[in-house]
Design a binder for this molecule. Structure first.
Ligand SMILES: [Mn+2]
Length: 467
């Protein structure tokens, strides 16, 4: 590991261990929830009193949830980009510690921070940083690596390379050695390997897009039946991918590869690493990292991050049942949103496509819908979804998504939204591939045009005048 990162981790561990009590302020997504759980458990084991606050994002309205007391405020999966807000809130450098993986925006106060981006680690999330801090506090806490893998996968850190890489991959190894993670290398790169019948799993798979299979569970079933693999258990129930024999999995994968090649598509995204948790019940969403992350995201989306936190701490009773219910609800609302976007259609500009969903869907889920819709629309153009916020009628929430293809051509949504929102008196942030903003409602048109102009500038070849 990079020496500077190691030094920052040691410093963070010392700061935490010297604290009389700690308040964790974390984000409500899978990464933020698993991060909070890793740290809360690590601190409890050291006998340090800890309480937690979850926020949708660190913005002025959210600051009132942060207690004015003498506890160490541990900002996790957020904070790096909002240091001026901490300063405005009157927090001093010695009562704050930031553990984050988002782009840092320093301010007058030098807040201590561990940020993997500072060391060129772009494929690790806050849960990875939190785990490394926990392991620095107590090297035997490798049982928590599993939650770090959930957070990393939940934050799409395994997407680009079809598996975790760098320090995030080293964390996987800790879990393998502890015994609560099994790595399947070159496994099917498809969501739902532990809970969905195989044809459903394949029918919903769109990365890679498999002609004649993606978007049709019926066609997927016929495809599988032709291969003569065993799809049902002796009781007549559908097997899930994880339960298929090695030979049947291999037979299906090679047939899928042939199908991709026959349609002139790349096969490089067909296989990926999957992370299975042998200590969890089979055929549940807790059984692998990506489904576990989705379960936690569902808790966050319905504003119940602490339910997710209980699950991360091992609760398998009421909290688990409640999360399962939210997961089912979550999927159906996202399906409705996706269908709404496809039915209504987007407005196309030269360098982006957008749609306004009004107040039909919770603003917290429009980003997910945007990402899903992109693969079914013109995937070359980034998609923007604008949504009204029920509790703040003067504000519009903006979510944007793009893909690796556009990133390779210079697109940077984070930059575009930060710049365009600043121009209309709003605020934006995120990542190159997925970003969001809050803007005054009466600036929507101007904002959309401005983002389009910035995207045009970004995709122009260097040196060429794009005027
Ligand atoms: Mn994160």
């Amino acid at each position: 590991m990079e020496m500077g990162l190691k030094r920052d981790l040691r410093r963070a561990a010392d700061t935490i261990c010297e604290a009389d009590r700690v308040t964790i302020v974390s984000h409500i997504d899978a990464d933020g929830i698993s991060t909070e759980s890793i740290l809360a458990q690590a601190l409890s084991r050291e006998g340090i009193p800890v309480s937690s606050v979850f926020v949708r994002q660190l913005e002025p309205m959210a600051m009132r949830h942060i207690p004015k007391d003498d506890s160490l405020k541990l900002f996790t999966d957020l904070g790096a980009g909002q240091q001026n807000l901490l300063e405005e809130h009157g927090l001093s450098a010695d009562e704050v510690l930031i553990l984050d993986h988002h782009v840092s925006q320093p301010c007058g106060t030098a807040y201590p921070q561990v940020n993997c981006l500072d060391y060129g680690v772009t494929r690790m999330s806050a849960a990875g940083v939190a785990y490394l801090v926990a392991k620095t506090i107590d090297p035997t806490s490798t049982d928590l690596a599993k939650l770090a893998v959930v957070g990393n996968v939940g934050d799409m850190m395994a997407r680009e390379n079809c598996g975790l890489v760098g320090p995030a991959r080293e964390i996987v190894q800790d879990g393998v050695e502890y015994g609560n993670i099994i790595v399947r290398e070159r496994d099917l790169n498809c969501y739902g390997i532990s809970t969905r019948p195989v044809h459903v799993c394949l029918g919903y798979c769109d990365d890679p897009y498999i002609d004649g299979i993606s978007n049709s569970t019926n066609a997927a079933l016929q495809f599988l039946e032709r291969l003569g693999v065993e799809l049902k258990n002796p009781q007549g129930g559908w097997l899930v991918w994880e339960e298929l024999t090695f030979d049947d999995r291999r037979k299906i994968v090679s047939a899928l590869a042939q199908q991709l090649i026959a349609h002139g598509r790349e096969i490089d995204r067909l296989l990926g690493e999957t992370y299975i948790f042998p200590d969890e019940t089979e055929r549940t969403p807790l059984r692998n990292a990506s489904e576990y992350a989705t379960l936690l995201n569902a808790c966050g989306r319905w504003a119940k991050p602490k339910v997710g936190g209980s699950i991360c701490r091992g609760e398998r009773g009421d909290a688990y049942r409640e999360a399962e219910y939210m997961l089912a609800h979550h999927r159906s609302v996202i399906r409705d949103l996706l269908q709404y976007i496809l039915d209504t259609g987007v407005t196309e500009l030269s360098h982006l496509q957008y749609i306004h969903t009004g107040d039909r869907f919770p603003d917290t889920i429009v980003g997910i819908g945007a990402g899903m819709a992109l693969s079914k629309l013109d995937w070359r153009k980034p998609i923007m979804v604008l949504a009204a916020m029920v509790d703040e009628p003067e504000v519009t929430k903006v979510s944007m998504r793009t893909n690796q293809w556009a990133l390779a051509r210079g697109v940077d949504l984070q930059e575009a939204l930060v710049e365009a929102s600043a121009g209309v008196g709003g605020a934006g942030g995120g990542h190159r591939i997925a970003a969001g903003a809050f803007i005054p409602r009466n600036t929507e048109e101007e904002f959309v045009d401005s983002v389009n102009r910035i995207l045009k500038r970004q995709s122009a070849p260097a040196g060429q005048d794009d005027s």
